[in-house]
Design a protein around this ligand. Sequence first.
Ligand SMILES: Cc1ncc(COP(=O)(O)O)c(C=O)c1O
Length: 481
Amino acid sequence: MTFNNVSMTYPRLTPLMAPWVTSLISQQELLDQAFQQYGSPLNIHHTPAFADNYQSYVAVLQHHELRHQIFFARKANKCKAFVKEAQRIGCGIDTASYRELQQCLELSFEVDQLVLTAAIKSEKVVRLAVSHQILIVVDNLDECILVNRIAQELRMSARIGVRVSGFHSGGQQLYSRFGFSLDQAMELIIHQIGPDRMFEALRFTGFHFHLNGYSWQERGTALIEVIQAIDALRERDIMTEFIDVGGGFLVNYLACKEEWHTFIETLQCAVRGQHVPITFLNTGLGFEMVHGQLHGQLQTYPYYNELPREQFLEAMLSYQNSQGEAVASLLRTRDIELRLEPGRSLVDQAGTTLAKVAFRKHDSQNNLLIGLEMNRTQMTSSSADFLIDPLLISSTVDTRSSEPTFGFLVGAYCLEQDILLKRAVVLPRIPAIGDIVCFPNTAGYMMHFFESEAHLFDLATNLVLIHSEDTQVPLQLIEDI
Ligand SMILES: Cc1ncc(COP(=O)(O)O)c(C=O)c1O
């Protein structure tokens, strides 16, 4: 089969590649040394990409003359390198656990540059936050009771943001397990928080929400509802400093719109039985046949999209209320600070995962399986699959096969399901043992969110790529510590 024939049968999903990844994968000696020292897989990070992404948000916020603050949601990636880079460039950190917060405090972050949004707040993390006067985003009344009690014990007050949800969009109420309804939040802020009230040690500072999904329209609607609540509070002389809109700003992973649509159409045909399977055991990634009809929808991240990052923010700020006033103008005229907590999009193109080929075999259905020295928890998000083409980097010139081929990448856990990508991947040839497979753009959730140490495998080592302006100085990889 020619490469074109294989590609026509198994649709390609060409990734957007950062130039630093292209130059890294051409450095065979550097990579060999790193694998020898740290094993496989390796996560390699690049902090300048983080700074560029941050600046792209700042530019939009400045253009709209909005008071603003950006907090990196570090749950998207565990590396300290990004936290240090955030500190260097003036970006705050959204922390979701005791250790996330403690590490930031150890790095001497300014108190105002940190926020605690943890979904479950232990007494220990609340004590740490209150004692350092870190803003705590409260989700429910039990948390208010806990934060109030700890603040009283410490003879301090606690700055709180109130998380809200249940906004209305497209004629429906958006469900969330998080937050108060706006009505409950108003009751809390007007009647229960502050001196001589039930929660006398709490100080209301602002509203917070984080919406599931990737709709800028829903975020626009939510902002308008919160701004109405802020106006009602102002009439009672209760001032609101900020609205924090959480994260969810899109990332575009793919170079080509047509490839994305072709992939979805081909997947649907395969699930209907009208095309050879293009996924492992013909898994539908959300599509399924019920009584002879195709049902469902793609249950993956929208890997191709046309309003990523700062364009998504721009669209959200341009969203208009029923009087035709844009969100940006509503915020500006009220002098409300807009806060963002991007996670995935701040580490867009800032990390890649590399793994060694361990074996090649054919299964009983004659599928080529390529075993990699990694497991699927080392490249997994909540999405049903990571829909990008990996790159094959040759260790040697393999004489056995130079024919283009397709196959499935499989991992080290003893599970039938330890399939690294459910989609069949097209490769220029059967890989050789010791070849490297590169998965681009994995820093946002893919490499860290679900990683586990089952079978006592070590977690992947996180390395940071250092390069100088001077192209004569060789690239360097250092441990993330
Ligand atoms: C409260 C909160 N803020 C920010 C984020 C970051 O979202 P994203 O990485 O999609 O930008 C999350 C993600 O779950 C979140 O729960």
